[in-house]
Design a protein around this ligand. Structure first.
Ligand code: UDP
Length: 444
């Protein structure tokens, strides 16, 4: 199996200095200095669509700019695996699914094959999300010292109410890692006793095509291309078509609002990710529910929507909504806040921390609340503008990719650096990790 390396465009930390200031930029440089030359792998399920791909596309080139040899590799897996891993994802976020041993075996086999594609060339390996979480147990069969690397499992999901049988299946694999990262402390499952847990929220890149400032003419051109009227109110939700984002509920909110604001237009923007088979069935349901209403625009990568278009849609929106019922973090919230937009979003997962529990946006819990708050904002744009400014500064302080970069560098320091990092001798940190692993039951 040949898990693919993902090419990324170069980035320079210096370009972020005007945005985050001198002190933060210099701190990142100081953190990176002792890690120069370190070999780092980030491994995940897909290079396209969804938050993880979005984050790695910025993080990898910034690590490289700082002299760290960072690489990004994605799993190679058949569709059958992604059907299983999506069910696993849903169960870990609390949905009931009939988990069975055949599903477990499919997951194990693909993890075994993908582990073959990882060699000993790394000091730090970051495995993202449950899909490839089983690679480490296979590596340990090849080398009980796990190549002397530090292994981190980064969970992007909201695992507060995981289905016990699926979490029980996964837990022995997770316990093999040196360190585990969750987005917020409420997601940490209490039964990970040995794991060193770090809390790191994700972040957005203010200089990516998705978030960078763009001229009004570009926004107008994009709207024109998709027959969206810039002179009528625009409500937008940008997110994968999946049950947790409640896309059908978005249409219900829009229909409520349409009674009060007949000119309103709804943009439902979604990318159809490779690892997301559910998106296709949702796509069909959404189009059916939208029916002959041409003020509902279903906009996807299938009709040419890429980062620039998403940027333009978010900026063109009068109100951005995110009707999630479960959300690990929700990068789209920070993306909209960074653009100074008023946001109305579900009070779930990582959303309240981005909306400062209501000070940087509106938290809603039902169709009626969404319709009420969006309506208020459509009637009083100055209110949205005021709160949008607070949101932008909150994102600058907490949710830009440079903060994420600093957090990753700090974690790498904590796990060991310099000579200790490469040493497998007695008393070294790698030795301690090995001893811990020996003490745990082997997962595979
Ligand atoms: N996204 C996109 N195009 C779309 C829909 C989503 O580029 O049509 C991006 C979105 O801008 C965000 C990411 O995909 O950067 C979604 O991340 P989020 O954390 O909101 O949700 P996830 O998909 O990871 O659950």
């Amino acid at each position: 199996m040949s898990a693919t390396f993902v090419p990324v465009a170069a980035k320079s930390l210096e370009d972020y200095r005007p945005i985050i200031g001198e002190a933060k930029t210099d701190e990142i440089r100081a953190l990176a200095k002792p890690l120069e030359g370190a070999r780092v792998l980030h491994f995940n399920a897909t290079s396209f669509g969804g938050g993880v791909a979005e984050i790695l596309r910025s993080l990898i080139p910034l690590l490289r700019d700082l002299g760290i040899d960072a690489r990004w590799q994605v799993m190679d897996a058949p569709n059958e695996f992604f059907n299983v891993s999506k069910q696993m994802h849903n169960a870990l976020q609390g949905m009931f699914i009939p988990w069975n041993s055949t599903m477990g075996e499919t997951w194990r086999q693909v993890n075994r094959a993908n582990a073959e594609a990882i060699d000993a060339a790394y000091d730090y390996v970051f495995i993202h999300d449950p899909q490839p979480a089983g690679v480490l147990s296979n590596i340990l069969e090849r080398d009980p010292g796990a190549f002397g690397a530090r292994w981190v499992w980064r969970c992007h999901l909201d695992t507060t109410e995981s289905l016990p049988e699926v979490w029980d299946f996964l837990r022995p694999y997770i316990q093999l890692y040196d360190s585990v990262i969750f987005t917020q402390d409420t997601y940490v499952n209490g039964d990970l006793p040995d794991a060193e847990v770090t809390i790191i929220p994700p972040a957005i890149d203010p200089l990516s095509t998705k978030n960078i400032d763009i001229p009004d003419e570009v926004i107008r051109d994009v709207l024109d291309r998709y027959s969206i009227d810039p002179n009528r109110p625009i409500l937008a939700q940008v997110s994968r078509f999946d049950p947790w984002k409640d896309p059908l509920g978005v249409i219900d909110v829009y229909r409520e609002l349409k009674k009060r604001f007949p000119a309103i237009q709804l943009l439902m923007v979604a990318s159809m990710a490779d690892d997301d088979p559910e998106a296709w069935s949702f796509y069909e349901r959404i189009v059916r529910r939208a029916g002959e209403d041409y003020d509902i625009h279903v906009l996807t990568n299938l009709n040419g929507v890429a980062n620039l278009e998403v940027n333009a849609f978010q900026r063109a929106a009068d109100v951005v909504m995110q009707k999630s019922i479960r959300e690990g973090f929700g990068l789209v919230i920070s993306e909209a806040l960074w653009k100074g937009k008023p946001v109305v979003a579900g009070e779930v997962g990582g959303i309240p921390m981005q909306l400062m529990h209501g000070d940087a946006g509106w938290l809603a819990n039902s169709t009626a609340e969404f319709a009420r708050d969006v309506g208020t904002l459509l009637e009083d744009p100055a209110l949205g503008e005021r709160v949008g400014k607070i949101g932008r500064e909150h994102v600058r302080e907490n949710f830009l990719t440079t903060r994420l970069l600093a957090d990753y560098l700090k974690l790498m320091h904590k796990m060991g650096s310099g000579a200790a990092r490469r040493s497998n001798g007695p008393g070294s940190r790698a030795d301690a990790a090995k001893a811990r692993r020996r003490g745990r039951s082997r997962a595979a």
